[in-house]
Design a protein around this ligand. Structure first.
Ligand SMILES: NC(=O)C1=CN([C@@H]2O[C@H](COP(=O)(O)OP(=O)(O)OC[C@H]3O[C@@H](n4cnc5c(N)ncnc54)[C@H](O)[C@@H]3O)[C@@H](O)[C@H]2O)C=CC1
Ligand SMILES: O=C(CO)COP(=O)(O)O
Length: 329
């Protein structure tokens, strides 16, 4: 039996725990909240996210004890928002993860450090990149809960590791495929959130589908330029791990980043939009990280800069979108 430690109590951790445990793995599930763990043990449901999903407690072991959750696991799956990775993992001894594979399900960067999650894990725990992977692809937790057909890509420089994790995920409604472009996939997953957020702002301001289609087309070019500058290598951005993820986030009713952006476009402050959502829009933090990384790279990134000006320089969304409008083709 595969032994997995799942870190995070949010919707993605809940969806992944469902997939992995129903496929027969043992999942030691670390959640921050004692109340949520108690609720899970009593009712077999996560009270806060995807609460219709029922877990088999012979395979799923909820706990608030991080070291306990990790101790026996062969695989660690990180599914806390990027902002909490450091506070959570820095509690662990540097050797704790020595013989474990670490898979990041996170689509965000370590704030302040502006580092990919897998780069941070490799550095902090002195792990070779062949023990690391990412879960990517267009996949909303809500649709996993409804068992709708979904596709995931596991990116890792170790093809064997990627394939092994794909096999743990595949089921009646989940297809999973391996890929080797760990960095490209991880950066793209971060950047698509910025695009969805900006698309949401435009939507909140009253721009329509015609504009969104042009924004997304320009976004593909912006992402390509950035990836070429930060991690140049041949990659097919039309693959679902890149373009598919961008499309689902930009268009889906379930998108956190689009919803957050739409609130900002309608006049909510960042704080009030965050409070109302009860979910994390990674794009808000990603804008700052990518903006800071780009100070050195100097890639042309009009969409990211528009989002940065709105969210961090407090420039009016309407004014910034007027400027962006002139730059799109
Ligand atoms: N929800 C989805 O459909 C998908 C989410 N992801 C990624 O998964 C990651 C987790 O996002 P979601 O599960 O959507 O989160 P969420 O928005 O559903 O829930 C927020 C989570 O943040 C946790 N949290 C809040 N404060 C915390 C703290 N101080 N320390 C640790 N955790 C804290 C909450 O307990 C909760 O687990 C993100 O990087 C997201 O981009 C990736 C693919 C799909
Ligand atoms: O990355 C995701 C789905 O692939 C989730 O992010 P959003 O909720 O912003 O779409």
């Amino acid at each position: 039996m595969e032994k997995i430690a799942m870190l995070g109590g949010g919707s993605w951790a809940t969806a992944l725990t469902k997939i992995l445990s129903e496929n027969g793995a043992r999942v030691d599930w670390w959640l921050r909240s004692k109340d949520d763990v108690q609720h899970l043990l009593r009712t077999r449901h996560n009270p806060r996210y995807l609460s219709a999903v029922q877990f088999d407690l012979n395979r799923v072991y909820p706990t608030t004890d991080l070291e306990d959750a990790i101790e026996e696991a062969d695989w660690l799956v990180l599914a806390v928002p990027a902002a909490f990775v450091q506070p959570v993992l820095d509690k662990l001894d540097r050797d704790t993860l020595k013989h474990k594979n670490v898979i990041s399900a996170i689509k965000g960067m370590i704030p302040g450090k502006n580092q990919l999650v897998t780069d941070y894990v490799a550095e902090r725990f002195r792990l070779p990149r062949t023990q690391l992977g990412v879960i990517a692809g267009p996949c909303h937790a809500e649709e996993v809960a409804l068992e709708k057909q979904s596709y995931l890509t596991i990116g890792s420089p170790d093809a064997g590791l990627a394939l092994a994790f794909c096999e743990m995920l595949r089921n009646r409604f989940v297809s999973a495929h391996p890929a080797t472009d760990l960095d490209g996939i991880e950066y793209c997953a971060v950047m698509k959130n910025i695009i969805a957020l900006t698309g949401g702002i435009a939507h909140g301001l009253g721009y329509g589908d015609n504009f969104l289609a042009v924004l997304v087309s320009n976004a593909v070019q912006e992402i390509r330029r950035f990836l070429q500058a930060i991690n140049p290598q041949p990659r097919d951005l039309s693959a679902s791990a890149y373009l598919g993820d961008l499309l689902v986030t930009a268009y889906s009713q379930f998108s956190r980043n689009r919803t957050f952006g739409s609130m900002v476009g309608r006049g909510y402050s960042v704080k009030s939009a965050q409070l109302e959502m009860n979910m994390v829009a990674e794009g808000y933090y990603a804008v700052k990280s990518i903006h800071e990384l780009n100070k050195k790279l100097k890639v042309s990134m009009p969409i990211t800069e528009a989002a940065y000006n709105i969210l961090y320089e407090r420039i009016s969304p309407a004014v910034e979108l007027e400027i962006l409008k002139e730059k799109l083709r």
